[in-house]
Design a protein around this ligand. Structure first.
Ligand code: NDP
Ligand code: PMR
Length: 399
């Protein structure tokens, strides 16, 4: 049986000590010297990425930039001055953590109206107040990603608001590391993949036309990914590892009845289901880019915002994990970022003119400088991206 590192961090560490294998197999069975593993922050990787970033800055955004002077602008008063109109951004899961911090970072610029697309209205209103959002900068709209009906209803409601859609951020997620049995969405899909991937897949497919219509200078669709879905990193090699296999469970509907609840057809594992869902998120971004970037001019992007070890994502983890995870990330892996910093990062991907390149998985180095990161083999597998897309569109009823 695979070592369940996610079940409890310190005991996972001591297990290897007891077995005397720490030196042989490295940290949690992951060899630290394995040349296949690339730290996100390796100086060489950073240098290459910065160079390609520079190249792309000069080439990539031309199309979007040239439209900036004519589109998405308001003609201001008598002087004939033109200003960029306020952008509208939908952020799913904006009631806490990364989503809330991003809503705050964008709203306080005064340049964005944030649609907080959330399942709990009251919680979201309270959260908005707690971070000082002012009323004219946000609207709460109901969205439960674990129900395809709710996704469709959200899209209808949003259209009725008659706001343009300039940026969509697929951020919401659930993580069930301690669940012994799978739970399911309203449509019968395993909950993590159903919510984190399938709900967002339907949402973004339905809203693609709305984004395309936007006259904003740089319209974007952003799907939040993670390091833990990327097996070319140390974090991505902590068991259980992401692996979509041949998608047999997904093709069977992830319902745990006539098919497995896991994408690869294996036994249920909540931590793996989450990581698999993040691989789907990152593959979906690339498939969107391949199919629609040229035609629509939309920037499709994903990101790893850093390890925001204090968020509600870990609410179902055991208390000891929640206690030790933040200091572990702060002082040992040094991968920790505050919610505020992570919000600034995602806000950059939403609005920075320098981050208009499409098809990119963004990360940040220890100085908080963004760079184009490399996805694992599986998370950048074109054939898998196509298959995930095709199976997903069947599951959500688009074909
Ligand atoms: P939080 O738990 O703080 O935020 C998750 C949000 O998703 C909450 O607003 C939650 O709503 C919402 N949500 C959950 N289920 C649904 C649903 N069915 N319908 C609508 N909304 C739902 O976690 P984070 O801020 O950490 O996570 C945000 C994103 O960041 C996720 O995509 C995660 O994968 C990613 N990420 C997080 C990292 C971290 O270290 N924390 C690292 C890398 C990526 P509610 O408040 O109602 O529960
Ligand atoms: Mg990880 C550079 C090392 C690094 C980073 C950046 C993360 C991020 N983690 C790292 C290393 C390790 N983690 C190591 C060596 C271990 C073994 C002790 C370890 C363990 C661990 C656990 C048990 N880590 C975890 C868990 C979780 O339950 C979290 C998870 O997988 O959630 C899906 C998690 C995470 N580690 C991260 C990040 C960003 C997470 C959580 C969030 C996410 O990917 O969305």
């Amino acid at each position: 049986m695979a070592l369940q590192a996610s079940s409890v961090l310190p005991s996972a560490l001591s297990l290897h000590k007891e077995q005397g294998k720490l030196l042989d197999t490295g940290f949690l069975g992951v060899s630290l010297t394995d040349h296949h593993l690339k730290s996100d922050f390796s100086p060489l990787a950073l240098k290459c990425k910065r160079e390609s970033n520079q190249r792309n800055k000069s080439l990539g955004p031309i199309k979007a930039q040239t439209t900036a002077t004519t589109l998405g602008v308001n003609s201001a008063t008598g002087e004939g001055k033109k200003t960029l109109r306020k952008g509208t951004v939908i952020i799913t899961g904006a009631s806490s953590g990364l989503g809330l911090a991003t809503a705050k970072a964008l709203a306080e610029t005064g340049k964005w109206h944030v649609i907080m697309a959330c399942r709990d209205f009251l919680k979201t209103e309270r959260a908005a107040k707690s971070v000082g959002l002012s009323k004219e900068n946000y609207t709460v709209m109901h969205l439960d990603l674990s129900s395809l009906d709710s996704v469709r209803q959200f899209v209808d409601n949003f259209r009725r608001s008659e706001r343009p859609l300039d940026v969509l951020v697929c951020n919401a997620a659930v993580y069930q590391p301690t669940a012994k049995e799978p739970s399911f969405t309203a449509d019968g899909f395993e909950l993590s993949v159903g919510t984190n991937h399938l709900g967002h897949f339907l949402l973004s497919r339905l809203l693609l036309g709305d984004l395309t219509k936007s006259d904003y200078p740089s319209k974007r669709l952003i799907i939040v990914g993670s390091i833990t879905g990327n097996t070319n990193t140390l974090a991505g090699n902590v068991p259980p590892k992401a692996n979509l296999g041949d998608l047999r469970g997904m093709a069977g509907g992830l319902n745990g009845l006539n098919s497995s609840s896991m994408i690869d057809g294996g036994e249920f594992d909540g931590a793996k289901a989450y990581k698999d869902s993040k691989v789907c998120n990152m593959l979906t971004m690339q498939e969107f880019h391949k199919r629609y970037h040229e035609e629509t001019g939309i920037t499709f992007a994903s990101l790893y915002p850093g390890c925001i070890a204090t968020t509600g994502l870990f609410r179902e983890h055991i208390p000891l994990f929640r206690l030790l995870f933040p200091p572990f990330q702060k002082y040992i892996t040094k991968g920790y970022v505050s919610e505020e910093e992570s919000g600034k990062r995602l806000a950059q991907v939403v609005s920075e003119p320098s981050l208009t390149k499409s098809g990119v998985y963004w990360s940040w180095n220890n100085n908080s400088a963004s760079f184009e990161n490399q996805l694992s083999q599986e998370a950048s597998d074109e054939e898998k991206a196509r298959k995930v897309w095709e199976v997903s569109e069947k599951l959500v009823g688009l074909v």
